[in-house]
Design a protein around this ligand. Structure first.
Ligand code: PHE
Length: 354
């Protein structure tokens, strides 16, 4: 009988899947040595047949196991070879002729996060589909409040349990979610998508806001003013940018202030900076005591300030983009013109953001 030890050794040494297949055919193929030996068993007398048959079965198991093992080994080394060949050096710098651009909204959010990040704010997020409670009720906007109509809300079909879901009309519901989940001190900004049923050159049904919320024992109006003046001057890159706080009303803040920045409109051209004119830029105020209570925070112990700002609006002002609708047209010419190179990473340390 053939020495199958040799065969097992040959299999273990096979250098390619082709060599392995040749050995398999030689031994286990239709005319393979083991197959033929099995066939010859019939000519033996019963006692010899039993012995030789058992030995051949053992040999067949060994050969099969060796083949399986070698197939795995050759497969592994083939994969290793391919991986080595396809290796990419991810530490290489990006090529400067990259044609892709960072969308102005992404860039503006990164700039805003960089500035507030320096001031110690963390970034929070919340769902786009929101419960009535978080979008309105907990923010001190009761069911029949006129502010609900002003928000031009997109409602989802009523759920069987009667709960009404809506696309969030502002980022303020994340104030509630954060205060419910986290003990003060709180210092967050919330950049994100918001939705209102409104569409013209300055309104898009989907747009972005950034919310800010600070809650601590000694938080007061001076902090709100200092923080927003600092932010606006850094964002627009103008150290002397005039900033004005004008009394206003929001159900969830008391007192409330709308914030204007200085501009000039000489010759019909809008220019940000000292110029004798004003431009409304964001809403803000001290968190209403009822809103703190709604979140289980004691207003006798804690106070907070909050603000909300439209991201498209500040991006349009900073980068001279005339029509909000173009942000979402995916027009490559527009993106090449207004977009940013991947290496234009906003940072306060590196220099001016503009
Ligand atoms: N949520 C308000 C809006 O969308 C903005 C705002 C936020 C005002 C926080 C005050 C405080 O108009």
């Amino acid at each position: 009988m053939e020495n199958f030890d040799e065969v097992v050794k040959e299999i273990a040494a096979a250098a390619s899947p082709e060599a392995l297949e040749a050995i398999r055919v030689q031994v286990l193929g239709r005319r393979g040595s083991l197959t033929l030996a099995m066939r010859e068993l019939g000519a033996l007398d019963p006692e010899q047949r039993r012995k030789a048959g058992a030995a051949l079965n053992v040999a067949k198991d060994r050969v099969t196991a060796a083949l399986t093992e070698a197939t795995a080994r050759l497969g592994r080394s083939a994969l290793e070879e391919r991986l080595a060949g396809e290796r990419a050096d991810v530490t290489l710098p990006l090529s400067f002729d990259a044609t892709g651009r960072i969308h102005p909204i992404s860039q503006t959010i990164d700039e805003i996060v960089a500035i507030f990040g320096e001031m110690g704010f963390a970034v929070a997020e919340g769902p786009h589909i929101e419960e009535d409670f978080y979008n309105f009720t907990a923010l001190n906007i009761p069911p029949e409040h006129p502010a609900r109509q002003e928000h031009d809300t997109f409602y989802l079909p009523d759920r069987p349990d009667g709960a009404r879901l809506a696309l969030r009309t502002h980022t303020s519901p994340v104030q509630i979610r954060t205060m419910q989940a986290q003990e003060p001190p709180i210092r967050i900004i919330v950049p994100g998508r918001t939705f209102r049923c409104d569409h013209d050159a300055t309104h898009s049904p989907m747009f972005h806001q950034v919310e800010g919320l600070v809650v601590d024992r000694t938080t007061q109006m001076g902090h709100l003013k200092g923080c927003l003046i600092e932010f606006l001057r850094a964002f627009f890159g103008l150290d002397d940018l005039p900033v004005r706080f004008r009394p206003s009303y929001f159900p969830f803040t008391e007192p409330s202030a709308e914030v204007d920045i200085g501009c000039s409109r000489k010759g019909g051209e809008l220019k940000i900076g000292a110029g004798g004119d004003w431009l409304e830029i964001l809403g803000s105020g001290m968190v209403h005591p009822q809103v703190l209570k709604n979140c289980g925070i004691d207003p006798a112990e804690y106070q907070g300030f909050a603000f909300g700002m439209g991201i498209e609006r500040v991006a349009m002002l900073k980068y001279g983009i005339p029509d909000v609708r173009a942000f979402y047209d995916s027009d490559l010419r527009w993106l090449r013109h207004y977009g940013f190179l991947p290496l234009d990473i906003p940072s306060l340390v590196r220099g001016p953001l503009s």
